[in-house]
Design a protein around this ligand. Sequence first.
Ligand code: GTP
Length: 357
Amino acid sequence: MLVGGEGTRLRPLTYGTPKPMVPIMNVPFLARTMERLYEAGIRDVILAAGYMPQAIVEYFGDGSRLDMSITYVIEETPLGTAGALKNVEDKITGPFFVLNGDVLTSLDLAAMRRHHEQQRGIGLIHLIRVADPSPFGCVVHDATGRVSAFVEKPPKAEAPTDEINAGTYLLEREILDFIPAGRNVSIERETFPQVIAVGKALYAYTTGDYWIDLGRPEHYLAAHRDVLSGAMPLAVEPGISGEGAETLRGHPGIVVPVHAGADVVVEASAVVGPNVVLGRSCSIGAGAIVRESVFWDRVSVGAGARIDEAIVASGATIGPKARIGRGSVIGHDVTVAPEEVLEPGSRVGPSAKITPS
Ligand code: GTP
């Protein structure tokens, strides 16, 4: 698993939490991915990390709690998506999956493995179809699935296909021979194009699965909406869900769907929802309105504050009557002053205020 990126686009959230540990429905995203690996029968995981690895190590340890074996390889300087694989070459003994650490998907890895065993190419790349492929890496293939071209971020009108690289690969060990050691190498831009240029068979595996790249705040919020609506299957009850659900049932101000962690407190006159996720021990003051937002643990919202389409990291305090504009991202332990108004798209970090994004 590639979990070494700095997650710059998710700042200020990633100043305090590395991207793979950002919570999805109150559980670190990487733990969700580990579950998917486990379900596919995978027990040995190498985490190619670099940025804030200690948070990952502290949570997962050696993996025994999950009945898995987790090895950490920490990069001193980022080696890129292929360089990270070359760096763990001595730990790879056979065909292996590569997963980008920021993709939320319902892809069935066991089915992907069966497909690879039939195709028998040097590798299999998961693709999905999107309405606008221009921000992504397009992958062109023939009717048998054999890949003929990679086109990075084409202008919309010139995109050769609507199928994009979805960030999950199943590769034969031989592919490591194409990656130079000791420098930053991109698998999408360097290794894959080189592999097909020398005539090796790399195959595409297109599915209609749910897929989203969590790397941007708006995608992070969209992912939560999709889990709450059931579009992304994550076994969440409809309506009010989570360990704190009981406290909220019968509350007149809850607009479903709402997911709440343990020990949340929502004053009777507050309005929470729709599409709100509250972390553990969040408190929402009287008359406050919170819509379409994700709060991590211990977020405190003062009376009469208004928050719409925002992400608020752990320990932050929103003062009474503050207004948080749409698309804002509030970092760990930040305090927004009473009656302060944040413009839409504000990003407020632990010490600096970056407005708007
Ligand atoms: P941004 O800074 O917001 O672009 O995020 P990012 O640094 O995570 O980059 P990107 O989203 O392109 O990375 C895709 C995946 O590859 C993520 O899971 C990253 O953690 C991972 N990744 C990116 N670069 C490296 C690297 O140099 N080494 C390792 N081990 N992983 C990487």
